[in-house]
Design a protein around this ligand. Structure first.
Ligand SMILES: [Fe+2]
Ligand SMILES: [Fe+2]
Length: 474
């Protein structure tokens, strides 16, 4: 279906044919805009930003570029095209027709899944709202705002489903998505990571690399859902999500490149000297990586989960890229899990595959995360240094699941609490690290200028030069 841009709410779901739904969403729209003004990017609302907007869901039209003031961004409701032959791809109802409406018995569960996903979208905008002031360049400022408006659109995507398929409960949930706020003492966001403040750009790049990538895998799991509108919504969100991870990947790459330049100029890898020259030393990059990776791992939930098993059995949430698996029922299979044995060592436990779906998804995520690390290490290797970045073990610093609260080192080896307490300072950003990173955060808001702690990107956005005026202040 083509996109309708004449309506107050752009959409490709023929919103105009359902007046009740249209009115309900038009009622929610000003509340969303109020939220954007209050808790969206601070102080740049009248700037003209070179943004992409979706004008169709096909490969050609989904990214149309132009200058837009953020509050005038055309947030809309876009679902990937419907595949009339689509069948349920996993679980007990494998091979049956997908659902266009929600079976009554799955209503509460699906609502919870959609609300949990939806809650992360505005949360990240709130977490990042102060970053505009300290952007290292106009190019980066524009990328931040692109990510922010798209997270806003992802909220719209989930709110549409809530309004269209969950009646009054759904409308109430949509209101509450604007009432919970990141880090709020009384009404925090649902998931822990989305309450961590993001007050510097190194954290922003780590967040978009590691935490947006969790989003990618959650969306991939939901894109497999038997509830077809949810699957189509998530499929389209994935196209936007790719840019967010690109921002993280290239951001970290540029931080490393700048460090390597300074290391070469000064002919040293001494962190003190690197910092003295205004760049970010590689061990500090590793500590930020340890923090955000381990924090993002918790978002996948417990290794062994009866909820995950029933989501799979009922066809609500599948494995990312389900077609790549041979057995879509996963009834007979077992999954080997390394668990702490309580005496400072580990033992292997076999659990039913369906109960292990969170860990299966987490495993795919870890592999995906590793690709960036390999690329970054190649840069370091090419520059002739022996330092290597690495992902810590999935057991390290967990707060959810079988390794929650179990002290391990970064390789996953169980250690005593005393040793953990003594060494954690060298594994995670220290107060001193954070103070140093914050000291680098000064906005660079002139075209063709770049902060000293980061290298320029290889290329600009949409074939424009790197020094293009991506954000025009007023
Ligand atoms: Fe998102
Ligand atoms: Fe994202």
């Amino acid at each position: 279906m083509s996109m309708n841009y004449q309506d107050r709410i752009p959409n490709n779901v023929d919103l105009g044919s359902n007046r009740t739904l249209q009115r309900a969403l038009e009622h929610w729209q000003p509340e969303f805009l109020n939220w954007w003004q209050e808790l969206g990017p601070k102080d740049f609302q009248i700037a003209d930003v070179y943004l992409r907007t979706a004008t169709s869901v096909d490969a050609k039209g989904w990214a149309t570029y132009g200058f837009v003031r953020m509050p005038e961004y055309r947030w809309g409701i876009f679902l990937a095209d419907r595949n009339l032959d689509r069948r349920i791809g996993f679980g007990d109802s494998y091979g049956q027709e997908v659902w266009q409406q929600i079976p009554g018995e799955y209503r509460a569960t699906l609502r919870r899944l959609i609300v949990t996903q939806g809650d992360t979208e505005p949360a990240s905008v709130e977490q990042q709202r102060m970053l505009g002031h300290t952007a290292p360049s106009l190019y980066d400022l524009r990328n931040l705002f692109q990510v922010n408006v798209e997270e806003g659109r992802h909220l719209w995507a989930m709110v549409y489903l809530l309004h269209a398929y969950f009646g009054r409960d759904g409308r109430e949930e949509a209101e509450e998505l604007l009432e919970r706020h990141s880090g709020d003492a009384d009404k925090p966001r649902i998931l822990g990571t989305f309450n961590e403040p993001i007050s510097d750009w190194l954290s922003f790049f780590m967040f978009t690399y590691f935490t947006d990538r969790d989003g990618k895998f959650q969306l991939k799991s939901l894109a497999e859902s038997s509830f077809d509108p949810l699957a189509r919504t998530c499929s389209f969100m994935l196209t936007e999500e790719a840019h967010h991870m690109f921002v993280g990947d290239t951001g970290i790459n540029r931080v490393i490149r700048r460090a390597l330049e300074v290391m070469k100029e000064l002919n040293t890898d001494d962190p003190v000297a690197i910092r003295h020259a205004g760049a970010i030393d590689l061990p500090t990059v590793q500590r930020y990586l340890n923090f955000w990776f381990s924090s993002s791992l918790d978002l996948f939930g417990s290794e062994s989960s009866s909820n995950a098993a029933s989501y799979f059995a009922n066809g609500l949430k599948g494995r990312p890229d389900e077609t790549r698996y041979e057995d879509h029922l996963a009834v007979e299979q077992m999954y080997a899990l390394e668990v702490p044995d309580g005496t400072g060592s580990t033992k292997t436990e076999e659990i039913p595959m369906r109960n292990a779906m969170n860990d299966v998804t987490r495993g795919s995520y870890v592999k995906d995360c590793e690709m960036g690390v390999t690329r970054w290490n190649r840069l370091i290797e090419k520059a002739g240094h022996s330092f290597r970045l690495s992902l810590p073990s999935t057991r390290f610093r967990r707060n959810i699941g079988i390794w929650a609260g179990v002290p391990t080192d970064t390789t996953g080896k169980p250690i005593t609490q005393e040793e953990f307490n003594a060494r954690i300072g060298s594994w995670l950003p220290s107060e001193g690290d954070r103070a140093y990173i914050l000291s680098l955060m000064h906005g660079v808001h002139e075209p063709a200028k770049m902060a000293a702690w980061i290298a320029p990107p290889d290329r600009g956005i949409n074939n424009n030069p790197v020094d293009y005026e991506y954000v025009k202040m007023h």
